[in-house]
Design a protein around this ligand. Structure first.
Ligand code: DP6
Length: 325
């Protein structure tokens, strides 16, 4: 059968997904909003081949077995089931999401895999169908199908839990400075972290309510190109997500002293009139939402707090592309 290659970009959540109403289908408890990023992406080629006796999976040219391989095989099984085929596949994936960027690669990885595998298996590559399928690999991957600002509608079943674009062409100044605190794999992966928070934080149901109540105002801030409003909501929602982890029993925490130094520096910059806002995911790295015109001022302030700081700049990026070959 023919090989298809898909390219999907990673995304940063401005309104977070942190908990599953259905862990089998990956239906979230909250509607989330993200920005797809241009600089970081995964490119994946898939070919179903009747002569294979098992799936062959390569990530950055290394053959993958064990748990990571199993996640891909489980995903391919879903595609085979939908396509009504039994052939195994060769999957070659190249990640252009450097660990040093401090961003997760599972979003771009499962979005690209959904695109390439669907095309190779001959099932629908309609973007909504791809978002629904990518979601089954990793929740945040549902958003990486689309470019720009994206909303993953929580929904209540497999059909309705899909992402959709809010604004695909971003013609106003917004960027993300990813500050690298650590490039080590996270201590608690997001899957078990969100499960713990959901189960053991007494504030969790209220966090879900507050997050879902922010969907409309955040959409409005995006429509109005209102960086200040958007940033404030994103920082608040991220801090409240991390508060859930600290309120779990036993409590756990992704943020280190260095993360807090950065968060405090960003808040200090705001008091000085610079529009900069922090967001953090399941790790210690801090991502700063800001206007590109303030980059120099922000980096200078960060360097005064943490001299050996490492950072990368990301700008809004496009949705998935799929091609034959
Ligand atoms: C903190 O999408 O990695 O980045 O669905 O279990 O694979 P699984 O989780 P994943 O979780 C992402 C969590 C987050 C927030 C977000 O991206 O919305």
């Amino acid at each position: 059968m023919t090989t298809y290659t898909a390219k999907a970009h990673t995304n940063i959540a401005l309104l977070k997904y942190w908990g599953k109403a259905d862990s089998q289908l990956i239906i979230p408890t909250t509607t989330s909003i993200s920005l797809t990023l241009d600089e970081f992406y995964t490119e994946t080629a898939v070919n179903f081949d009747a002569s294979l006796t098992s799936d062959d999976i390569y990530i950055n040219d290394d053959q993958i077995t064990g748990a990571a391989g199993q996640k891909v095989v489980t995903f391919l099984n879903l595609v085979r089931q939908q396509a009504n085929i039994t052939d195994f596949a060769v999957v070659r994936s190249n990640n252009h999401v450097p660990t040093a960027a401090g961003l997760a690669s599972s979003a771009s990885a499962f979005a690209a895999l959904a695109g390439a595998a669907s095309a190779a298996a001959g099932i629908s590559t309609d973007l909504t169908d791809l978002s629904r399928l990518a979601r089954r690999g990793s929740g945040s991957a549902s958003r990486s199908i689309f470019g720009g600002f994206v909303q993953w509608q929580r929904g209540n079943d497999d059909q309705s839990s899909v992402a959709e674009p809010i604004q695909q062409i971003i013609d106003w100044p917004i960027q993300l400075i990813t500050v690298v605190i650590s490039d080590q794999p996270k201590k608690i992966n997001s899957r078990s972290g969100m499960q713990n928070a959901m189960q053991f934080s007494p504030d969790y149901p209220a966090w879900v309510k507050r997050t879902n109540a922010m969907v409309q105002p955040m959409q409005q801030a995006i429509q109005n190109h209102d960086l200040e409003m958007l940033g404030h909501m994103a920082e608040r929602n991220a801090l409240e997500m991390h508060a859930q982890n600290m309120m779990a029993n036993p409590a756990f925490n992704y943020l280190t002293d260095r993360s807090w130094t950065i968060i405090n520096t960003v808040q200090k910059l705001r008091r000085e009139g610079i529009l900069a806002f922090s967001t953090m995911d399941a790790g210690p790295n801090v991502k700063i939402i800001s206007d590109p015109k303030d980059t120099e001022t922000i980096i200078h302030a960060l360097r005064s707090s943490v001299p050996d700081i490492q950072y990368q700049i990301a700008t809004p990026g496009p949705g998935i592309t799929i091609q034959q070959g």
